[in-house]
Design a protein around this ligand. Structure first.
Ligand SMILES: C[S@@+](CC[C@H](N)C(=O)[O-])C[C@H]1O[C@@H](n2cnc3c(N)ncnc32)[C@H](O)[C@@H]1O
Length: 209
């Protein structure tokens, strides 16, 4: 889907990146646009790339927060699950250029044995890696399709809302590992090791505004 000019102006505006993201979603909803993955990626990357550049240029932010989780409920629910994991080997599928979920986890669990960010987009991978380096955090970065990763070494796998093919990925992780799985969105299966966190994204990773 090509980007309507109204959105181009928003993406290039001087708004705080999270505010710009929220205004884009509000405009999509108002215009009753059905955003496909390409449009979703353009808007999310416009936001995350700006946060990433800021950290790379200026160092760690004063406060880490998730621009997509204004009321903090999604992050609290994630930590409720992660707090119960004794030895943390965490895989985060769908890191993005500003892997806020992994950054928050690394801050909260400094003794985690491994936190691995996975992304199949080279921009997401390289910028996400640069952010982790700028923040001097113990996070590894893997440039791969999420379905191609072996999750058996992990205790918990978090799947980002924008990951394409979430349902198949969740099913694969549950079948091939003993990990707890936390997915932002709907997995289409129920399993005692699965926690779904409400998110307005489709299975192909596009946003439902
Ligand atoms: C923009 S991020 C959002 C996550 C957010 N940064 C966070 O910390 O919660 C979503 C990322 O998922 C990646 N992605 C989507 N589908 C994927 C797949 N099948 N395998 C690996 N990465 C995928 C995209 O390239 C994108 O960078």
């Amino acid at each position: 889907m090509s980007l309507p000019s109204k959105y181009r102006e928003l993406l290039l505006s001087d708004l705080e990146p999270g505010e710009m993201y929220r205004r884009c979603l509000a405009a999509i909803s108002h215009d009753e646009l059905s955003a496909d993955y390409a449009l979703t990626e353009t808007i999310v990357y416009a936001t995350e790339v700006r946060y990433a550049i800021d950290v790379i240029a200026n160092g760690p932010p004063e406060r880490l927060w998730n621009f997509g989780d204004l009321d903090g409920r999604s992050t609290s629910r994630l930590f409720e699950v992660l707090d119960g994991v004794p030895e943390m080997r965490l895989a985060f599928a769908g890191s993005g250029p500003y892997p806020i979920t992994a950054l928050l986890a690394a801050q909260r669990y400094p003794d985690a044995r491994d936190i691995a960010c996975i992304d199949n987009n080279i921009v997401g991978h390289l910028l996400g890696r640069a952010v982790v380096d700028a923040m001097d955090l113990a996070i590894t970065s893997v440039f791969a399709e999420a379905a191609d990763v072996d999750y058996s070494p992990f205790d918990v796998v978090v799947v980002a809302a924008m990951v394409s093919g979430k349902q198949q990925l969740v099913d694969q992780v549950l079948r091939t590992s003993d990990a707890l799985v936390v997915v932002r969105g709907e997995a289409g299966v129920s399993d005692p090791r699965l926690v779904e966190i409400n998110a307005t994204f489709r299975d192909d990773g596009s946003v439902k505004a």
